[in-house]
Write a protein that binds this ligand. Sequence first.
Ligand code: FAD
Length: 320
Amino acid sequence: MGKNILVVADVRHGALRNVTKEMLGVANQLAGGGSVHVAVLGHQVDVPDLGAAGADEVWLVNDEHLANYTPSAYRKAVLEIYQKVNPQVILFAHSAVGKDLAPVVAMRLGLGQISDVTDVQFEGDKPLFTRPIYAGKAFTKVAPKGEPYVVTVRPNNLSPYDGAAKSATTHDVSLSFETPDLATVVREVVKKATGGVDLTEAKIIVSGGRGVKSADGFSPLKELADVLGAAVGASRGACDAGYCDYALQIGQTGKVVTPDLYIACGISGAIQHLAGMSSSKVIVAINKDPEAPIFQIADYGIVGDLFEVVPLLTEEFKKV
Ligand code: FAD
């Protein structure tokens, strides 16, 4: 029998992030012919045609109290939609917001949660979710004990819906937010200038480590990134040394990324860094030490000085 699946759209700066479409792909598999619902929470969010992306019903909460994420207001909105949809599975992105909101909702509803899912397989109609353990050193398969349950989905790992476009019905939900629902209020958001491409959704990342030696040492990496349309990332070593902003940090205590191509420049490959990038589809490592651990997980390794190798790559990519 078909199931009701609720996807909580991942919204950033008033637009839906790609991972929402990836969640809709999983949701259609989990629904088994049932209904796929999407909750879009925010203020004046630009909502694309979600029927084409696999949604049957869209639940839109457009409220100024949701203009910026706060756990208490967003929790109220999700719980309200949960009551209307009565889903067997709730999907969140494993993003900054999803990582915060999903456990709050799971706890309120007394549900179990499977976090940071990178793949789903089915044994009959029973899903088996793949997720990393030991900071990404190994992967495990987890089956939910019962329904309903909560899942968070790692961006850039699962395929979007590729079935026939649906004609999604949109429901406008209005809520009244009182003081207890607004335990915190965001007064101001100060944006950091971290470049154009969103690191966690980037298809290509050029990343620098302590081997870049200075803030200026990132310049050749930025030039390569510009040519490739890539985002620039960093190891914690580079951030701690003050060569770049912590917003660029990839790893266990930074961002988790799964680009199609990850180019690691002057990064040794500590386990805490691998935790954030080892699921990248193709990894290229540039390091002058042939024994650097990064070469153990790299698909392609270049032993050499990054200040010589990176400009050469940039020139070659310019020709393509
Ligand atoms: P290094 O280990 O110093 O490596 C620099 C590399 O550059 C070397 O391999 C060297 O051979 C190479 N090199 C030098 N010059 C050149 C050149 N000219 N050309 C080519 N190669 C060159 N780290 C993270 O990255 N992300 C995290 O989220 C993170 N979280 C952590 C959490 C905890 C609790 C702890 C304890 C640590 C964490 N770390 C994290 C730190 C991690 O352990 C490493 O210290 C860090 O990743 C090292 O950064 P690095 O590879 O840039 O520097």
